[in-house]
Ligand binder design. Structure first.
Ligand SMILES: Nc1ncnc2c1ncn2[C@@H]1O[C@H](COP(=O)(O)OP(=O)(O)OP(=O)(O)O)[C@@H](O)[C@H]1O
Length: 231
């Protein structure tokens, strides 16, 4: 088997606010292999977002390792960590977080520009991603001129424009009606396959989770395979 694209080791996340101590992750382990699509389910407050934010190197956990390209991303300097994140990780949120004054093409091209690509190359890469996600006719639309499902597909295109090995998504369809949710999920899956990215997708939608290659859940702060309740 190939090396994991992402390995989470013994991840601990404790929040301390006003004297209250909350142990959300208590030694979570997870390997994400190239090309696989893994669902992350669990009750509200079980720590899915905490796990995704640590995995994306967006937040420093209390302890643990996040291994990407053979190195613990948590031990890197801020600059190196930002570089790994830009190159290797795409992130999709429940709400699109697109820039309202830029059109779809500009929104998707932006991370490519930030990664150092020339304007023409960035636009070309953005166009390719948007077309692959069925948005070839929406390139010049600003977010406010797009439907919720289209906005999320633009956000997926943006997350994948630098061809990261890892896509992390936190409730990417949580804001959509069931039909649109299915369409956006299909688009996400196809785009990941196309880009060869491994994806970890947190969702409350069990029907969607069951369409992924594998489903895991958080139980008392550790990752377990998800088992469908009997009956
Ligand atoms: N910055 C923070 N400070 C204090 N507590 C926090 C912080 N972030 C999260 N928490 C708490 O940690 C717990 C886990 O939160 P997290 O968002 O990771 O769960 P989740 O499984 O993603 O939940 P949901 O499904 O509702 O999005 C919650 O009880 C939350 O209130």
């Amino acid at each position: 088997m190939s090396e994991p694209a992402l390995s989470i080791r013994n991840l601990v996340r404790i929040y301390e606010t006003e004297g209250e101590r909350l142990e959300v992750l208590r030694g979570a382990d997870l390997d994400l292999y190239p090309g696989e699509l893994v669902g992350l389910v669990g009750p509200s407050g079980s720590g899915k977002s905490s796990l995704l934010h640590a995995a994306a190197l967006l937040e420093k956990p209390t302890a643990g390792e996040v291994i990407i390209e053979g190195r613990d991303g948590l031990l890197l300097s801020d600059r190196q960590r930002t570089a790994v994140r830009r190159r290797q990780i795409g992130f999709v949120y429940q709400f699109h977080h697109l820039l309202p004054e830029l059109d779809a093409l500009e929104n998707v091209a932006l991370p490519r520009r930030i990664a150092g690509a020339r304007a023409s190359e960035a636009r070309e890469a953005a166009m390719e991603r948007l077309q692959a996600l069925g948005l070839g006719q929406r390139l010049a639309h600003r977010p406010g001129q797009l439907s919720g499902g289209e906005q999320q597909r633009v956000a997926i295109a943006r997350a994948l424009v630098n061809k990261p090995q890892i896509l992390l998504a936190d409730e990417p369809t949580g804001n959509l009606d069931p039909n649109t949710s299915d369409q956006v999920f299909d688009a996400l899956r196809a785009a990941c396959r196309d880009a060869g990215a491994a994806a970890l997708v947190a969702t409350h939608n069990l029907a969607l989770a069951e369409r992924m290659d594998r489903v895991v859940t958080l139980v008392e702060g550790v990752v377990r395979p998800y088992e469908r309740p009997a009956g």
